[in-house]
Design a protein around this ligand. Structure first.
Ligand code: EPZ
Length: 418
């Protein structure tokens, strides 16, 4: 068990370099096993989820070799099993991508129901609806989802809800389906586009990723590819918000500034100076922060995965801010922990009302999920005195070298292993 210990109120200054996107990596690793060939995936973040997934695909017969810590060579020529057991994937939600990938390649898959961060019911009915539309029979028994098809045939699939996971999973299953598959009301997140680009590099024929209509023309074969994953939008946003809360001056490098538009606009509204270059953003927060209202939305709206971090920021802004969570039904569990640091927040169902206070004060707190953990780190950086964060395992699922990166910016943060 690890804890993070932060002595707050140090102004962050300097340069931070963003890693590859977790949510692209966890889709692209399963996507690689669709080809009966070798793929080289570069710019992978060094995080728990990547390790768990690479071990899970090894268990079904792929061979995984890290050329260096960010580059994984996946040889999928010897995959024999279509069965991913609970033990190998229980910790990650994205294990559901193994279903789409195995179904696409072998026309059958049996994968344990996903685990992952805990913030409410996380149905996968839209994934199943997509697989069934392609001709698969899907059953759920003893905690396993089984999908089987004699053949997959392209179909028109209109998603009832905009779902990142369902969009990607249907793309994975449909690359070899006969004819054309059309996904309407598709998710437009950068990692949907990244996964489509990777599949296309392997020989798939996917058009429209990044819009709400994606067309997949089935092909007969995929070949190996070498691919570099996009930068992590949410990690970048976490450092931008940290710069703001510490009244700092931080250059966030290795990013796609366009992906940050919704956050940059909010930070400007809150009185920060946000400057953009080709692959960096500089956040300077000299003045008093003013409040703002935020509604989480699918891309290009404000990402739900930056909602907890923004709540931390609004806790010290001048005035009252309102956050409305529209993506997840129960993503405010961490607020009880923020209150332990002195935040003044009321929650009513999907709305949090945050009255900015002058100072947060350090306390012992516990990360309830990945982004909740990031919010507590951000709040701890601003708090007077010492903050101790438990359950760091959640943070490690999605942030590479978090304490090292913050230390480079001047934070007083260390990890203690019990
Ligand atoms: C992805 O989860 C991300 N995870 C999440 O990031 C992120 O919060 C979420 O997208 C929204 O942006 C990965 O990419 C691995 P969804 P996903 O399907 O794909 C409902 C993080 O912190 N829904 O877009 O599982 C669902 O309940 C993680 O990095 C259905 O009703 O999310 C939710 O309300 C946490 N039926 C909404 O749709 C379905 O079949 C969006 O979920 C699928 C989803």
């Amino acid at each position: 068990m690890s804890r993070l210990i932060i002595n707050g109120q140090k102004r962050l200054e300097g340069h931070v370099y963003i890693s590859g996107a977790k949510n692209a990596a966890v889709a692209i690793i399963p996507a690689a096993i669709i080809s009966n060939d070798i793929c080289v995936i570069e710019n992978l973040p060094v995080i728990e989820d990547v390790i768990i997934l690479s071990k899970a695909i090894e268990k079904i017969g792929a061979s995984c070799e890290f050329r260096d810590e960010h580059t994984l060579i996946i040889d999928s020529r010897n995959i024999k099993s279509c069965y991913a057991a609970y033990d190998s994937i229980k910790k990650i939600r994205a294990s559901y991508y193994l279903l789409g990938a195995l179904l696409g390649r072998f026309k059958k898959a049996e994968v344990a129901l996903p685990g992952g961060c805990n913030f409410g019911v996380r149905p996968i009915d839209q994934h199943i609806k997509g697989f069934e539309a392609l001709g698969a029979k899907v059953t759920v028994e003893h905690g396993m989802i089984k999908a089987i098809a004699s053949k997959l045939v392209g179909a028109n699939i209109f998603l009832d809800i905009v779902s990142v996971g369902a969009t990607i999973n249907i793309m994975l299953a449909a690359v070899f389906a006969e004819g054309t598959t059309i996904i309407e009301n598709a998710a437009k997140e950068p990692h949907v586009v990244d996964t489509a680009n990777f599949l296309n590099m392997m020989g798939a024929k996917i058009k429209g990723a990044g819009t709400d209509v994606i067309r997949i023309l089935g092909v007969e074969n995929l070949h190996g590819a070498q691919y570099s994953i996009i930068p992590d939008q949410i990690e970048a946003g976490t450092y931008m918000i940290s710069a703001a809360i510490t009244h700092g001056d931080v250059m966030v490098h290795n990013i796609i500034p366009k992906h940050m538009d919704s956050l940059s606009a909010k930070l400007r509204e809150m009185n920060c100076n946000v400057e953009e270059g080709d692959d960096f953003i500089r956040v300077i927060a000299k003045d008093k922060l003013s409040s703002s209202n935020i509604k989480t939305m699918t891309y290009p709206g404000f990402p739900t995965d930056l909602q907890p971090q923004m709540t931390a920021l609004l806790s010290v802004a001048n005035g009252t801010g309102v956050i409305t969570e529209t993506v997840w039904e129960n993503r405010f569990q961490y607020i009880a922990e923020l209150k332990r640091l002195g935040a003044n927040i009321k929650v009513d169902n999907k709305i949090a009302i945050i009255n900015g206070t002058k100072n947060l004060t350090g306390a012992q707190v516990c990360a309830t999920d990945l982004r909740a953990g990031a919010a507590l780190v951000i709040a701890g950086l601003a708090a007077q005195g010492q903050t101790e964060i438990d359950n760091v395992k959640y943070i490690d699922r999605g942030y590479e070298q978090i304490e090292e990166k913050f230390r480079m910016l001047g934070a007083d943060i260390k990890r203690v292993d019990d």
